[in-house]
Design a protein around this ligand. Structure first.
Ligand code: SF4
Length: 493
């Protein structure tokens, strides 16, 4: 697999092949069930979890409503603290800004803290094209990079790999990227962690430039915040001379008071910890300590277009905890690669088609990558109603309509391949508007239920390929109601 999601097939095709991989399913089931059980216990410890969740959602919504003002305040604070702010409208602009900044330092290598934004824009590939090699330092990202693979989970990008596979990757590939794996490396977690530690230490000590993301940006002081478990982030953020942070514009929070809410919500939802082991915060540059130069690249890449959609914008509340992935029955079986973007699982199914639009077959298929069971909404720490957005996006795919693209209102056409669905919906609407026809149809269907096929023919075939067609009842509900309630009324007279 290459280091880019471009050219991935539509979700049903990718998922069909992933679900045939027994090892992948076993790895995913084991990992997601372990994390989700731990998360449930960690959340249950807090009696005010529901209030925290409400507060998190409210802060995010308020910030999004006044995003322009908070971003300007952030820019002023970062600049006053000695940093430089760059605005990137799209992935291409962000990649160009970061590449130019790195090349200006004269360096040809950078270390990276795990960052979804740089994965979203394909920064590593862009740097590679400019002759700059980017080294991932998060353990799971390192596994993905060495394995010439793609991340498949927000929190645990190598969740689809087990220990033996990781040992083999380390043995075979580490030497190409720096310090080789120790002789006779076993698949014990402690040995694998030690091999990664030795490999990465050399990178941290050599690197002059680091690229990071940020979990939050505090507007009032211009402070960036990274929360992590391994300490690799802190090494990247403090040792190099130049630090470049690429952050989505929705990551801003107004004040430190607001940050306090998210620092409670995030660790329990993601790693099931009361507090994450490392919380690194930096504000511009400081004399004689940390990087000499700090650049903040504020990434839009479809976010203001998403903000223009009053239903879909709630996806921008996301704090990337990954709780929704760990409870999703679809993700558990299909794995993260099938979603074809840096954002897998339920959040990917609503965020990616908004950031990229629904113009490609893959993006148009993502709102359907769900059973609409609602488990994702239940666990989301910022109460994103993912099923509501999924249904909203399905309507957009089937019907087309007005959306905002690149800041302008445009009318998009319905996606291809949904003509049967549209016709069925129109027929249903007409029938429901004509109760007499509905009654006659129900009576007729009841009489003919002996002829009901197990699978639908034609366009309905795909729907029944993986579902049982519910049997038609012998008696329509309306007749049952009239018969039973009608008799009761008779008796009551
Ligand atoms: S949508 Fe909610 S549950 Fe899913 S990653 Fe984002 S914040 Fe976490």
């Amino acid at each position: 697999m290459s280091g880019t999601y471009l050219g991935m097939p539509a979700f049903p095709t990718a998922a069909a092949s992933a679900t045939r991989d027994g090892q992948l399913r076993a790895n995913l089931t084991h990992a997601t069930h372990t994390i989700r059980d731990k998360r449930a216990r960690a959340v249950a410890e807090l009696p005010d979890w529901a209030l925290l969740r409400e507060a998190g959602a409210a802060i995010k919504d308020r910030t999004l409503r006044h995003l322009d003002g908070y971003l300007e305040r952030l820019e002023a604070a970062v600049t006053a603290a000695g940093g430089q702010v760059h605005w990137a409208e799209d992935a291409e602009a962000a990649n160009r800004i970061v590449t130019d900044l790195v090349l200006a330092t004269g360096e040809r290598e950078v270390v990276k803290v795990k960052s979804m934004a740089t994965q979203e824009i394909g920064l590593n590939a862009a740097l590679e094209r400019a002759g700059v090699r980017a080294y991932e330092t998060d353990l799971a990202e390192l596994i993905v990079q060495l394995g010439d693979d793609l991340p498949s989970h927000i929190l645990v990008p190598a969740i689809h790999r087990n220990r033996t596979e990781i040992r083999d990757i380390f043995r075979e590939r580490m030497a190409e990227w720096g310090r080789a794996a120790p002789e006779g490396l076993s698949d014990r977690p402690a040995d694998l962690a030690e091999a990664a530690r030795l490999h990465l230490r050399q990178k941290f000590l050599d690197a002059k430039v680091a690229v990071s993301g940020a979990n939050f940006m505090v507007a009032e002081t211009g402070t960036m915040v990274v929360v992590e478990s391994e300490g690799n982030g802190r090494m990247c953020l403090t040792l190099p001379e130049t630090l470049i942070s690429v952050v989505g514009i929705e990551k801003v929070v107004p004040s430190w008071r607001d940050l306090e809410v998210f620092l409670q919500l995030l660790p329990r939802s993601s790693t099931a910890e009361r507090m994450n082991p490392y919380t690194s915060m930096w504000t511009g540059t400081t004399d004689d300590d940390g990087p000499r130069a700090f650049h903040l690249v504020l990434l839009d890449n479809g976010r203001t277009d998403t903000l223009a959609d009053t239903v879909g914008r709630q996806a921008l509340r996301c704090i990337r905890c990954s709780a929704c992935l760990n409870v999703c029955p679809v993700y558990e079986r299909a794995g993260g690669h099938a979603y074809g973007s840096a954002y897998p699982g339920p959040i990917g199914a609503i965020l990616t088609p908004q950031l990229r639009g629904v113009g490609s077959e893959l993006d148009a298929s993502l709102p359907y990558a769900s059973s609409l069971c609602g488990a994702c909404y239940e666990v989301c720490p910022v109460a994103i109603d993912i099923p509501e957005v999924l249904v909203h996006l399905r309507e957009r795919v089937v019907e087309g309509g007005e959306v905002t693209r690149n800041g302008r209102r445009v009318r998009i056409r319905p996606a291809r391949g949904h003509a049967a669905e549209r016709a069925a919906m129109r027929a249903a609407r007409w029938t429901l508007d004509h109760p007499g026809v509905l009654r006659a149809g129900q009576r007729l269907a009841g009489r003919m239920r002996g002829l009901q096929p197990r699978r639908l023919p034609g366009p309905g075939r795909a729907w029944t390929a993986s579902r049982d067609l519910p049997p038609l009842p012998a008696e329509p509900f309306r007749e049952w109601w009239r018969r039973t309630r009608g008799e009761q009324r008779e008796a009551g007279r």
